[in-house]
Design a protein around this ligand. Sequence first.
Ligand SMILES: *[C@@H]1O[C@H](CO)[C@@H](O)[C@H](O)[C@H]1NC(C)=O
Ligand SMILES: *[C@@H]1O[C@H](CO)[C@@H](O)[C@H](O)[C@H]1NC(C)=O
Ligand SMILES: *[C@@H]1O[C@H](CO)[C@@H](O)[C@H](O)[C@H]1NC(C)=O
Ligand SMILES: *[C@@H]1O[C@H](CO)[C@@H](O)[C@H](O)[C@H]1NC(C)=O
Ligand SMILES: *[C@@H]1O[C@H](CO)[C@@H](O)[C@H](O)[C@H]1NC(C)=O
Ligand SMILES: CC(=O)N[C@H]1CO[C@H](CO)[C@@H](O)[C@@H]1O
Length: 334
Amino acid sequence: MSPTRLLLLLLPLLTLSLLQPASAVLCHPEDKEVLLRIKSALKNPSLLASWKPDVDCCDWDCVVCDCLVCDSKSHRVIALYFMQDDLPGQIPSAIGDLTYLQNLALLELPNLSGPIPKSFTKLKYLQYLTLGSLNLTGPIPSFLGQLKNLTDLVLFFNKLTGSIPDSLSTIPGLSAIFLDHNQLTGKIPASLANLKDNGLNLVLSHNHLSGEIPATFAGVDFVRLDLSRNKLQGDASLVFGRSKKSTYDIDISWNEFEFNLSKAEFSKNLAYLDMNHNKIYGSIPKALKSVRSLNVSYNRLCGEIPVGGRLQSFNYTAYFHNRCLCGAPLASCK
Ligand SMILES: *[C@@H]1O[C@H](CO)[C@@H](O)[C@H](O)[C@H]1NC(C)=O
Ligand SMILES: *[C@@H]1O[C@H](CO)[C@@H](O)[C@H](O)[C@H]1NC(C)=O
Ligand SMILES: *[C@@H]1O[C@H](CO)[C@@H](O)[C@H](O)[C@H]1NC(C)=O
Ligand SMILES: *[C@@H]1O[C@H](CO)[C@@H](O)[C@H](O)[C@H]1NC(C)=O
Ligand SMILES: *[C@@H]1O[C@H](CO)[C@@H](O)[C@H](O)[C@H]1NC(C)=O
Ligand SMILES: CC(=O)N[C@H]1CO[C@H](CO)[C@@H](O)[C@@H]1O
């Protein structure tokens, strides 16, 4: 067959495929360009081997495209996730140019270091920001307060320093804040109570936070509050309360809290309570009979452990090392 004849035979097929491309490219060219910049900033790591220019970027690993918020026919990159790798260097600031991102998750990348890039302020649609178990340093930047659509902020297991910025309390729907296992200092911002209507999960454990729990927290019905392993002082009983129906899990262990537990009030819905290693005095109130798990060890409590609920079923280590607690599961009162 002559080359000309072959071409004539194929021509209808070719035009057909031009008119109706077998697989339409979904990737938006601007996103593709940004992703390739990210790849090159990370020095073309093996994790991103599938990021080939001749492949639709919506088919690349670690990328999710969708058209939820875009107004054009092409899809946009709405999620980017890099996990469990030895990606070296810093977080590429080009990520801030993936304007339609809703979910950014960089997790367990111990060789990724440096600060949280300023360019993230451009991610106006971002709902979930996870930068966890990296090797990030520097502060939790105040500019994160510009991410008004954020609901979940997860920065745990890094080396972040400085204080918790007040600006987080200006993010209207923020409901999960995980800043644990860092080197944060200073006081807990009183303004975080502004987020009280969001069913707040606030996890600040394993830092160097000091001062008292802000008085504004008396008005917050946390779902989960974990302040353990800090240097917090004063009265923590304001986080409990009969009317706090959502409060389910509170951990204030390993701090310097000092208050009379007899005077604290508890909601029946509180299920998990860990207060070990503080300077808490008084006795254990009957209202704690409804908890599913309790640890009050290493405090200054006295008196009889109330009988009932699960209080006798807990291991004696939940109660040991107090001033003069007695009754099952400890030795009986004299
Ligand atoms: C984390 O960063 C510090 C410097 O800030 C560096 O000394 C250390 O080696 C890094 N860790 C890893 C696993 O890269
Ligand atoms: C990651 O960090 C570890 C510890 O610092 C180092 O031994 C390893 O070579 C680093 N890997 C890369 C790809 O840089
Ligand atoms: C703790 O409060 C209870 C109830 O108000 C009171 O009877 C008790 O004396 C207080 N304990 C201490 C050590 O102040
Ligand atoms: C209580 O806990 C200790 C230490 O974890 C354990 O050795 C012991 O068996 C436990 N006792 C009971 C009665 O469960
Ligand atoms: C209570 O906390 C102490 C101190 O951290 C620990 O040794 C003990 O095992 C805990 N007991 C229970 C039942 O959680
Ligand atoms: C930029 C942006 O997407 N903003 C949205 C954030 O969420 C609110 C509702 O919670 C929307 O009204 C905004 O348009």
